[in-house]
Design a protein around this ligand. Structure first.
Ligand SMILES: Cc1cc2nc3c(=O)[nH]c(=O)nc-3n(C[C@H](O)[C@H](O)[C@H](O)COP(=O)(O)OP(=O)(O)OC[C@H]3O[C@@H](n4cnc5c(N)ncnc54)[C@H](O)[C@@H]3O)c2cc1C
Ligand SMILES: NC(=O)c1ccc[n+]([C@@H]2O[C@H](COP(=O)([O-])OP(=O)(O)OC[C@H]3O[C@@H](n4cnc5c(N)ncnc54)[C@H](O)[C@@H]3O)[C@@H](O)[C@H]2O)c1
Length: 456
């Protein structure tokens, strides 16, 4: 039986980063991955990177215009280009791990007990490995709602399979109006599809600032994307060239026909094949691996990182999880999930929506006296240069301390700008400094001068 000081299950962002760190410290590290098509994990193969490559191609295609046929050709090329990109990144990730001295092992892992795992390999053989310390980084998988006909339909896709579809769907129905649903709605609309989003709740983007959510909805609708709320999908039936959906609305039943259905109804921690119970690992009620703020499970030599640990599902959270674990193994243990600072995020719409901190309603509920600033994107010179004048910027400031409590940027390049505001929140920089700082011109950053001047 092969023995390792560190056994990392899953080649995700946290796993591969920690593997490199521990190997560099001279320790033996096994990095176990079930699929050769997933070296480097979800992000680079089937999620962030390919989807943002398509987002870029889609915006470019929209700017070029043309007939549906011309757009469909460009879409197919974008899928091919995306495949080339992910294949190159996959190879690079594998080479990087191997050259760092990490032992990359292909096979599906299942716990036998709290130190041993059984590996099932593609050729049907099995091997048992022993790990002194074990790190679970097996990610998340799509949740498919129990809709009649959904599993058997030939036209139902998840984000992963959708990005392999070479034929641009004329009509696309998306079930789920969360991050994936709205991002794909935006991409496929720019590629040239007719898009309808079906959201179960009545409220659009319920976790976002209400004013910003309204601005996003208005923008999507102006782009021709239909967002139907309060919808229950009842059944899906295939036709020759697509599917028919029967949905229940507040006005009764309605039929929708399309060429493709994307299911984007959330992603759940992936523990399907791992059998954590064999190691005595506790799970949360939500089915994630239960950890403390150091990401340690109830079994002291087993940790969990990334989506499987049940926190926010972002690549940079998984990366930061590896820093937290590193801090315990090689540092002073001071970094935890409680002190990693404000967490920003971006939803890659057109323009993107980026956020850090509290909404106005959340700030008020927490007892802050707030001042609010708003700025239409159209007031920013760089937005005009980019011909992306849609959108709204909003900031929430504590009226007593002048600290920035939240920023909500629905505007061009907000995915870059938001990181600056995250630093401001973490460093406790008062809004007046953001208001009076010298920024380069013409940039979207200089909008902060005007946004924070508007604080009232
Ligand atoms: C369409 C889409 C777009 C996204 N866009 C963004 C974005 O723009 N920005 C962002 O930050 N996040 C984005 N995310 C979320 C992001 O992809 C995830 O949060 C991140 O990839 C999770 O990484 P991880 O480290 O938890 O594990 P993963 O990268 O998911 O790695 C888990 C690995 O474990 C392997 N595995 C699973 N079970 C076993 C087993 N039993 N044995 C061996 N190996 C196993 C899997 O094959 C996989 O390679 C997106 C997600 C999706 C689906
Ligand atoms: N830009 C980014 O950082 C980015 C992009 C894409 C995905 N992600 C990550 O991936 C995760 C998963 O994304 P997601 O969009 O699948 O999940 P999500 O939780 O963001 O959204 C799922 C949506 O589907 C709705 N829904 C659930 N069941 C439904 C049903 N039966 N009918 C209609 N609507 C239904 C929910 O109300 C919710 O609005 C996100 O939490 C996010 O962390 C991040």
């Amino acid at each position: 039986m092969k023995k390792f000081e560190n056994m990392i299950i899953g080649f995700g962002k946290g796993g591969k980063t920690l593997a490199g760190v521990l190997a560099a410290a001279g320790q033996s590290v096994a990095l176990i991955e079930k699929s050769p098509l997933m070296y480097g994990g979800t992000c680079i193969n089937v999620a962030c990177i390919p989807s943002k490559a398509l987002e870029h191609s889609a915006r470019f295609s929209q700017a070029q215009g043309g007939t549906f046929q011309e757009r469909a050709v460009r879409y197919r090329t974008a899928i091919w280009e995306k495949r080339e990109l992910t294949a190159a990144l996959r190879q690079k990730n594998l080479e990087k791990a191997v050259s760092a001295g990490v032992k990359v092992i292909l096979g599906t892992a299942a716990f036998l007990d709290d130190h041993r795992i059984r590996l099932e390999k593609a050729d049907g053989t099995e091997e048992v490995l022993w790990g002194e310390r074990i790190f679970i980084n097996t990610g998340a998988r799509p949740f498919l709602p129990p809709v009649d006909g959904l599993q058997s339909s030939r036209f139902v896709y998840t984000s992963e399979t959708m990005m392999e579809l070479e034929t641009l769907p004329g009509k696309l129905v998306i079930i789920g109006g969360g991050y994936i649903g709205l991002e794909f709605a935006s991409y496929y609309r720019n590629f040239g599809s007719d898009v309808v989003v079906l959201q179960d709740s009545d409220i659009f983007l319920p976790r976002e600032d209400a004013e910003i959510a309204a601005a996003v909805l208005e923008n999507l609708e102006a782009r021709g994307i239909q967002v139907l709320r309060g919808i229950q999908v009842q059944r899906i039936r295939d036709r020759e060239d697509g599917a028919d959906l029967t949905v229940r609305t507040e006005y009764g039943e309605r039929k929708l026909s399309c060429n493709a259905v994307l299911v984007a109804t959330g992603r759940r921690p992936n523990l399907q094949e791992l059998h954590p119970e064999a190691a005595g690992i506790e799970l949360t009620a939500y089915g994630a691996v239960k950890t403390d703020e150091h990401l340690r499970t109830n079994v002291p030599h087993i940790w969990a990182m990334g989506d499987v640990a049940g926190g926010l599902q972002f690549t940079y959270i998984s990366l930061d999880d590896s820093r937290i674990v590193k801090s315990q193994l090689l540092g002073d243990g001071s970094r935890t999930t409680e002190n990693r600072g404000a967490i920003p995020y971006s939803v890659f719409l057109d323009p993107p929506l980026s956020r850090v901190g509290l909404t106005e309603a959340e700030a008020v509920k927490k007892g802050h006296a707030v001042k609010v600033a708003r700025l239409p994107a159209a007031a920013v010179p760089k937005a005009k240069v980019l011909r992306q004048t849609n959108g709204l910027l909003k900031a929430i400031v504590d009226a007593e301390t002048g600290q920035l409590l939240g920023a909500h940027l629905f505007c061009a390049e907000s995915q870059e700008l938001i990181n600056l505001l995250k630093l401001a929140i973490d460093a406790g920089i008062p809004y007046t400094e953001l208001r009076d700082a010298v920024y380069t011109h013409p940039t979207m950053s200089e909008a902060l001068n005007d946004l924070f001047t508007a604080v009232t």
